[in-house]
Design a protein. Sequence first.
Length: 237
Amino acid sequence: MSTISIVIPAHNEEGNIGTLVQEILATRLECEIIVVDDASTDETHQTLLALKRTVPSLKIVQHDRSYGQSAAVATGIRHASGELIATMDGDGQNDPADIPKMVQALMKSGDKNLRMVAGFRKKRDDAAWRIICSKIANAYRRFFLRDETPDTGCGLKVFYRSAFLNLPFFDHMHRFLPALIKMQGGEVVSVEVEHRARTHGVSKYGTLNRLWVGIVDILGVCWLRMRAKNVKITRCD
């Protein structure tokens, strides 16, 4: 099996990050764990440093200031040594136990063009208003981008590192990874995953703000898709 790097963006997740790392270890998946501390102002970094003493597979990267989730994901992937990347949120709402089946789905699909397996939170443990806003944003995105992915907002994804590094970077790009992968000729499949309630801390996004920003970003991705060209080489002597 290819080397796996699990990338976790974290901002003010002191109550969640320790438990999440221990849950990853409990999967017994051979991997490195990269947590990108996006300039937390609580005890997140200190918690990670304490964990590092007993978890040699843990790599900690710290931003000088908060750049947002997409930048944190990109930083983690650039520091990863694995051929395969698994991303997940630092709030504990994703279950690391879902990662092995997603890795298996990617590696054993038989489709050489498959580049990403995306998590699908069919049963979400969130407030009703947040779920409604998410469904509206997902429906709007699917209509315009035709990415055939039911839940791009799920932080749990498994993909090839090389596929990500070939993508254009922009803020909030982590929500459009399936569309961007397909834009470059790759395939994406969705796998149903667990979703859990947040037990510590607060969400970093407001529902209405996220909905509006998402709509604006979709228009930007539509422009990228119209301008994209997939160059296929038939011969190189």
